[in-house]
Design a protein around this ligand. Sequence first.
Ligand code: NAP
Length: 291
Amino acid sequence: MNTAVLSGKGLAGLIQQRAQDQARLLESEGLRPSLAVVVATDDESTHWYVRSIERAAERAGIGCRILDLGHDATEQVLASVLKDLSAEPTVNGIILQTPLPAGVSADELVGHIAPEKDIDGANPLSLGRLAVGQPAFAPATARAVIELLDHFEVPVAGRNVVVVGRSAVVGKPLSLLLLAKDAAVTVCHSRSGPLETYTRPADVVVVAAGRTGLLTGSHVSPKSVVIDVGTNVLADGSLVGDVDEASVTGVAAALTPVPGGVGSVTTALLLLHTVEAAREQSRSLVRATAG
Ligand code: NAP
């Protein structure tokens, strides 16, 4: 069995280009789309990730402001910064980057991100709107999986799709997006029982558990298209997914690599969402002024 490698790099480049083209168009109308990323950690890999978003934004002609509040920022300070950014007309998109300081939970804080600026679908209102089919930003990672499947022409309508993981940032929104595309969706988690029972018969398996080596060759079949969302940093600093690549290769039909799969598409989508948010906000302003 020749397992196809579904790299996300080409698709990320296309999305980045779309964001750049749309940003140029908005700039010609006097609006420079702008993103704010709130950080409150000393974690080096988080800072590296945020800088990679900043560089990608610069390349696309999108403003990017990083607000580093330090590892000891309080929940009150974070809430106040998010409220201020939500009210600031020059900011179109807001990301609250995790991890947060010890004792500070993102659950309440994300509610302070204005839904129209919630470009990573973190506010529970965004998830609720997705659930009932109303316009909202999906978390970029969840949309990245859908974009990858579309790009490689993997059908999901009427197909058996298994999502491993039920978090509010990946598993749940992704299952809603798949349902909206008419997939028959099963969501697995740490208490759903033997994984292979669900994953072996599936046409598409998306793994988002944050567990190195969770999905092996014995969990898949020759028809399986496997999307690996996991990002796990090993002791030597290398990045791996949730899929045991060595054992799945040669058994499954296709697999996304880590790194170079879902993650690269996710960053590009954050930029595209920022431009989409900027465009929608300027339209609303015109409507409000006209009305
Ligand atoms: P999370 O909040 O920790 O959720 C993990 C989910 O996996 C939970 O629903 C958990 O089940 C389930 N799970 C854990 N162990 C399992 C097992 N042995 N069998 C079946 N299910 C299991 O993590 P997350 O934020 O969703 O992130 C998941 C992974 O995606 C992480 O590696 C994260 O770094 C990565 N990620 C990648 C991107 C990207 O852009 N590539 C973006 C976001 C996240 P329970 O609910 O029962 O605990």
